[in-house]
Design a binder for this molecule. Structure first.
Ligand SMILES: Cc1ncc(COP(=O)(O)O)c(C=O)c1O
Length: 378
């Protein structure tokens, strides 16, 4: 049996009629960049997330970079931070998180994660705050929210901004509130593999701050305040009509699709509960993990299991094998405290297929194959 980690074809077939109609509208109107479809998607996603404003951009990476640029303009009246400005984040994430910080001129400060949730540890953030700290960039990894109650308190106490990297958690919840809506700005990615994914790159920024929203709309369009007059050094970072159309269709079913992911995760959790070499994902009370990825911690023989699963046709992967602090691109970043949980997790984590169109026999095959591996190891 072949079970890819992601099956976009099945997802497309489940919404084909509506998506095809939307795409045919785009072909008829020949409206491609921004426009009505984008405005409509922005409105619908703001409503869904419970925020005042949503601004469509060209990718999740741009959503982070434009967010930081807007904050820099608000705080410093220029489009970038200074190297002495520190932004606290996690090293256990995708490159784009710290890349955005460095691109915007600030210094990423890495602190450790919680070994059960894989999310940034609020107590470590508090310890890392210095007179140069300007902001916090928490990442809601794999679909589970950070402890935004604790992080918001720290930000308030030290007057820091928060940009939430919500690239992996569209629709996830912390204490009855959607992830991405706690901070000054929330950034989402619509890369095709994401739980809400387009037919290419795309991203979104949400905020309740009107000034930031206005700035973001200007920044995504070359900093133009009126046509051919730029007030800021901006970007070409606009969501296009095809992405907005597809995302609009998928947004209507996002809760259903996330619920399917949760159901599969629950089956895995029960099946793996008695395998002592596996730590299943944590879900603190009051939170809703939407399992963008289903990631287990394999306490021994992770790489052997990975090879075994791949040989048996099961697409499993390591997100992420190298903490960002170990990468050459981030040699000028800072580390506060030790990063032992991040480093350990990069050696132990393994993600299994959890896309919402998995069939019962495929889920059972994944479970059986994982169990057989550990039985054979004694
Ligand atoms: C945690 C995280 N941040 C940022 C990004 C960047 O998003 P994009 O690929 O849309 O630029 C991603 C996605 O790859 C991600 O997983």
């Amino acid at each position: 049996m072949e079970i890819p980690i992601l099956d976009l074809k099945r997802e497309y077939l489940s919404i084909k009629k509506e998506v095809d109609k939307e795409l045919s509208d785009c072909l008829k109107t020949q409206h491609w960049v921004l426009g009505e479809k984008v405005s409509e998607f922005e409105k619908k996603s703001a409503e869904y997330l419970g925020v005042k404003y949503a601004v469509g951009v060209a990718s999740g990476t741009d959503a982070l970079t434009l967010s930081l640029t807007a904050v820099a303009i608000k705080l410093k009246n220029k489009e970038c931070f200074d190297k002495k400005d520190e932004i606290i984040t996690t090293p256990f994430t995708f490159i784009a998180t710290a890349e955005a910080i460095s691109r915007c001129g600030a210094t990423p400060v890495f602190v450790d994660i919680n070994p059960y949730t894989y999310n940034i540890e609020p107590a470590e953030i508090e310890k890392a705050v210095t007179k140069n700290t300007v902001g916090i960039m928490p990442v809601h990894l794999y679909g589970l929210g950070c402890d935004m109650t604790a992080i918001s308190k720290i930000a308030k106490k030290h007057k820091l901004f928060i940009v939430e990297d919500t690239a992996q958690s569209f629709g996830g919840i912390h204490k009855n509130k959607k992830l991405g809506t706690f901070g000054d700005l929330g950034a989402y990615s619509f890369f095709p593999s994401k739980n809400l994914g387009g037919f290419g790159d795309g991203g979104l920024i949400v905020t309740n701050n009107e000034k930031l929203e206005k700035l973001l709309r200007i920044l995504r369009n070359h900093g133009q305040v009126t046509q051919y007059d730029a007030a800021y050094l901006g970007f070409n970072s606009r969501l296009d009509s095809i992405q907005a159309s597809v995302l609009g269709v998928k947004l209507k079913v996002i809760d259903k699709v996330n619920a399917e992911r949760i159901k599969i995760a629950e089956q895995y959790n029960i099946a793996f509960a008695d395998i002592k070499q596996i730590q299943t994902p944590d879900m603190p009370n009051m939170d809703k993990h939407i399992y963008h990825l289903y990631t287990i911690k394999v306490l021994s023989k992770r790489d052997e299991l990975l090879k075994y699963l791949n040989a048996k046709g099961i697409g499993s992967r390591v997100y992420y094998p190298v903490p960002l602090n170990k990468m050459k691109a981030f040699k000028d970043s800072k580390i506060k405290g030790n990063l032992k949980n991040s480093e350990q997790s990069s050696k132990n984590v393994l993600s299994l297929p959890i896309h919402p169109f998995l069939k019962a026999e495929e889920i059972n095959y994944v479970i059986k194959t994982v169990k057989t591996f550990f039985e054979s190891k004694g």
